[in-house]
Design a protein around this ligand. Structure first.
Ligand SMILES: NC(=O)c1ccc[n+]([C@@H]2O[C@H](COP(=O)([O-])OP(=O)(O)OC[C@H]3O[C@@H](n4cnc5c(N)ncnc54)[C@H](OP(=O)(O)O)[C@@H]3O)[C@@H](O)[C@H]2O)c1
Length: 292
């Protein structure tokens, strides 16, 4: 990571489209390495390095924003019609630039339900939810755009400020258990660091267009919640069986429990040699606990 500044930092200009949880973590990190980085949000703010991009309102960045851009990371999900906001508004603009790299944050939801089996990039995606089907179509559109795009498929993202601790503190947690159900996760720092690692070693590593970024240990939601209560030194309330509460859950919350898969990170961590900072939820949550 140390020579990132010299290998990438000074010569390049990054645009981070959608500076939410993952985008802002990425921007903050690469700025520390001296990368010139501009970020988008849907409404104006005081940050002089931020610009407005809002596909729903038809607000696109002005020409000056794109001058000299070499790298773009899109962290924007599909819009309410299932279309990619960036490609819908900016595809021709992006194609007119001399881009070295475009990153797109996607989701492991495209794999659908594997009934708890491991799934990797070589498996054919079988989206189960409409939103995952839309996402897969967005991925395809990115690939077909001809831009030098690399797609990162992500499971549940957590990190300081967005983890089970916040849900416990805000008393918004439902402690649900479902037999044999697991979820995969990734700490936001590993999304950023894995991408930096790939950029830094781009000349020596084989290029893969689709890469999962996930930790080593998919596990039950209950294990995660129990661990948070343990760190907080609080007693966890009794869990409720999914079958007993399912009718009360919102459609989105129900859909969350309808898919069961273990997302493999072997391509990233074995073939490409990235070393996770947070290999499992315990390490990642300890970091959240200490930083929130
Ligand atoms: N959260 C998860 O657990 C998870 C898991 C797997 C994959 N993902 C995907 O990974 C990506 C990053 O996730 P995240 O949780 O870091 O995202 P996030 O915090 O929700 O941020 C999304 C960003 O997209 C911007 N945005 C949304 N709609 C837009 C539009 N129509 N035009 C312009 N900008 C728009 C938002 O702008 P504002 O800043 O103005 O709100 C925000 O900056 C997303 O595509 C997400 O769906 C998320």
């Amino acid at each position: 990571m140390n020579n990132f500044a010299s290998s990438i930092g000074n010569k390049n200009k990054f645009l981070i489209l959608g500076c939410g949880f993952s985008g802002s973590f990425f921007a903050k990190t690469i700025r520390k390495f001296g990368c010139y980085t501009l970020t988008s949000s849907r409404s104006a703010n005081r940050d002089p390095n931020s610009f407005v991009f809002n596909s729903e309102k038809g607000i696109v960045p002005n020409e000056k924003i794109f001058e000299g851009v070499t790298h773009i990371l899109s962290c924007i999900p599909p819009d309410k019609n299932g279309k990619d906001p960036v490609l819908g508004s900016l595809k021709n603009k992006l194609k007119s630039l001399s881009l070295e790299w475009v990153g797109y944050l996607s989701t492991t939801g495209v794999y659908g339900d594997t009934k708890g089996d491991w799934v990797s990039e070589i498996n054919q995606p079988k989206p189960f939810q409409k939103r995952s089907n839309n996402r897969l179509n967005c991925e395809k559109e990115w690939i077909e755009s001809g831009l030098p795009v690399q797609i990162f498929r992500l499971p549940g993202i957590y990190g300081p400020g967005r983890s089970t601790f916040e849900a416990i503190r805000k008393q918004k947690i439902r402690i649900i258990t479902k037999k044999d159900q697991v979820f995969s996760r990734v700490h936001v720092a590993d999304i950023t660091n894995a991408i930096i690692y790939l950029l830094q070693n781009k000349d020596s590593l084989k290029f893969h267009q689709i890469i999962n970024i996930a930790d080593d240990e998919p596990c039950s939601q209950l294990d995660v919640i129990q661990y948070c209560y343990d760190l907080l030194e609080l007693k966890m309330p009794d869990p409720i069986l999914f079958e007993d509460i399912k009718e009360e859950l919102s459609p989105i919350a129900q859909s969350f429990w309808m898919e069961n898969r273990r997302v493999s990170n072997k391509l990233l961590c074995e073939t490409l040699g990235y070393q996770l900072i947070y290999k499992n939820y315990k390490l990642g949550l300890k970091n959240c606990f200490l930083n929130s």
